[in-house]
Design a protein around this ligand. Structure first.
Ligand code: CP
Length: 315
């Protein structure tokens, strides 16, 4: 590997709020380089002899497989920890689990229902913790999305990204990465489902320094007008299934369909972190259509995670 690794060693990725724009750009640059050189560069020595635990409290397809493959491609070993079959499922504390894991492995990838879980693990470990989704943030997803956007448009400045739907972890994460990379992010959510006020305010402050901007609206048409990127997520997030029917009803007019795509720029792309529910948050015509980049976006999870693990864990 010839790409120069900056001083990111030992860092955790709990939220991208804690990473500078330069550090995020470096992760993305290395990811792009690894992807472009995948056939000619052998990365198996980078993390040879290391172990990374995957501790998951919620289901996953993309995150679990892409982290496992990234870990393997870097020459490390993955240790799978299904939450319910560990002693956590029987009441052992997070603090003790964190202390013990620090003695065995070199890093922990954790998917948790509550953001506080990842924060506690980070506080009580001596090793890096990687947030693989919480109710507040999905940092590796939006790193993959940022890589996809740069592949399509050659960068992020002047990019107008419109996210439609629930003001959830994905909405928060778009606000954060948009602010870090100087994008113009609009979140269109129904009344009562807007993103958390403190995240919006944080993103506005950060955007003022990077040339981006933040808009929150209840009007999906206003949000997508002239946009370069339309993004959405499931109407009902994992762990939030209780009010399924009510939420479907409220969210209906935020569905990304061909009419909304028609209001965006003609070269606009569609992103979805997946899994998708065709006919709910997006029509089949859009997600399976020519403007959809969801498969590149899913692939890019592998490259941004591989880049991050290499930067953080390599000796
Ligand atoms: N996008 C995403 O995180 O997918 P999984 O839930 O399948 O990991």
């Amino acid at each position: 590997m010839t790409a120069e690794l900056p001083a990111l060693k030992g860092r955790s990725v709990v939220s991208l709020m804690e990473w500078t724009p330069e550090e995020i750009r470096q992760l993305l640059k290395t990811a792009q380089w690894m992807k472009a050189n995948r056939k000619v560069v052998d990365t198996r020595q980078l993390l040879s002899g290391k172990h990374v635990a995957l501790l998951f409290e919620l289901p996953s397809t993309r995150t679990r497989v892409s982290f496992q493959v990234a870990i393997g491609q870097l020459g490390a070993e993955m240790v799978w920890m299904d939450w319910g079959s560990t002693q956590l499922g029987r009441g052992e504390s997070l603090e003790d689990t964190a202390r013990v894991l620090s003695r065995y492995v070199d890093g922990i990838v954790v998917r948790a229902k509550k953001h506080e879980t990842v924060q506690v693990l980070r506080r009580f470990t001596t090793i890096p913790v990687f947030n693989a989704l919480t109710d507040r943030a999905h940092p590796f997803q939006v790193l993959a999305d940022a890589l996809t956007i740069s592949e399509e448009f050659g960068g992020w400045s002047d990019i107008k990204l419109a996210y439609l739907g629930d003001g959830n972890n994905m909405a928060h994460s778009y606000l954060v990465i948009g602010a870090k990379l100087g994008m113009h992010v609009t979140i269109a959510a129904p009344k009562g489902f807007e993103p958390a006020r403190e995240v919006v305010q944080w993103a506005r402050n950060e955007s003022a320094m990077t040339g981006g901007s933040v808009t929150v609206t209840n009007d999906p048409e206003q949000a997508v007008f002239g946009a370069d990127v339309l993004a959405t997520d499931v109407f009902v997030s994992m762990g939030d299934e209780g009010d399924l029917e009510r939420k479907r009803e409220i969210m209906h007019k935020f569905q990304v369909n061909q009419k909304l795509m028609g209001l965006a720029k003609s070269q606009a792309i569609f992103l979805h972190c997946l899994p998708a529910h065709r006919g709910e948050e997006v029509t089949g015509e859009v997600i399976d259509g020519p403007q959809s980049k969801v498969w590149d976006q899913a692939e890019n999870r592998l490259w941004v995670q591989k880049s991050t693990l290499a930067h953080v864990l390599a000796d």
